[in-house]
Design a protein around this ligand. Sequence first.
Ligand SMILES: *Cc1c(COP(=O)(O)O)cnc(C)c1O
Length: 461
Amino acid sequence: MPNPQQALRELPSVEILVKVLTEQCPLPRALITSFVQREINRHRQEILAGATLSRVEIEKDITEQLKTFAASRLQPVINATGVIIHTNLGRSPLGEAAAQTLTEIATGYCNLEFNLPDGNRGKRAGYLETALASLLEAESATAVNNCAAALVLTLRHLCVGEKNEVIVSRSELVEIGGGFRIPEILETSGAKLVEVGATNKTNLNDYAKAITPRTAMILKVHRSNFYIGGFTEEPDVTDIAKLAHENGLPLVEDIGSGAMMNTDELAPIDHEPTPQQALRNGIDLVCFSGDKLLGGPQSGIIAGKKELVEGIKKEPFFRAVRCDKLILTVLQECIDTYLANKSGGGTFGVPALEFISENIENLRERAEKIIAALPEQLRSHCEISNSTARTGGGTMPKSEIPSIAISITPENISVNKLATQLRTGKRAIVGVVDDGKLHLDLRTVFNHQDSALVEALIGIC
Ligand SMILES: *Cc1c(COP(=O)(O)O)cnc(C)c1O
């Protein structure tokens, strides 16, 4: 048993270690200092509990921990996974126009709540709300921080006192991910869940039988990230709407991704429901995310009957989840872009849509160019392969988009090591390891990032 007093002498000096690490790591010195102090304290406790690391080992451990911590700082990433709306990589990237306006607004003052013609206090998000309503063909619309907030607000507004029952089909009690489960969202909103039908079958009578004087609303939830098939049945939305309205109840739908256009016209993939169609079908209020297929900033959009939207905006909780000027700016730019191109089709600079519809031959050409730019000995370890891209982000789980990847079989290092090096290099690159190879799917890589791929690969070899 080593003497703890002797072992404690192995602890490195905070000052020296901080000095060395500050040279290696571009983090603020004060942050490195507190990090090192905490880590040394941890090692002290471990030594007192019997651990026997040498000073070199302790220094190496703290250096590794700091590198891992530094890598957790938000930074740009090249997404070579082929998953277009990648939740872990920040969902939808913004288009150039939105990013440019964002800089202008962010670095100065703006008319957030100011009426320029008369110089008086103005209405926040007034322009955006009108533009949204126009695009969505809705009586009224507004935006909050995310779709989860939009749904909670809607439930809080419509479920009052004893009249708080929300009817939902058992086939729609979904978990979206990141802790978003419909039954739990209902519960935290003060609503009482009334499940109807079975997992695979729900009919109109199931809904009708569940209506009582305590019913507040009927809720439909889009099965964003899974699908059911086989012996299934569900009533037409228009029939549910008729039933709801005959009973004086609102019908609300959480449609999740909120595609503005027919996704099946962009690529050979599923048709994702649009809010416009939902409203035409008789839904009174729809909510959806702004940063999925819409390709905007993180936000939750609520659209539908004027009286309902106005009521929601008067909820005290609305204030807690309202959008800030940066989000409003980006969303405004995004919605204007859709409106400007409403009749034209196409993808008009929304990256998520461009990635979905990109021609596979263009991807193949880019792959050839990238490989041709590599040195000979590296080139022989790369091949062009057919891959499968996905929309991701809990949208269209069945859709597979044919894509092209550069597949690398490394020679002197393991494939996992290669993947780690690319993830932790100067510009982080995230690919997919499969079958002993590292695949870099080009469908989610911006054109202008091809040279960074080449540079990173050369750097590693
Ligand atoms: C993604 C999704 C949500 C959550 O949206 P956030 O904007 O992440 O809060 C809610 N409902 C459905 C159906 C979804 O697909």
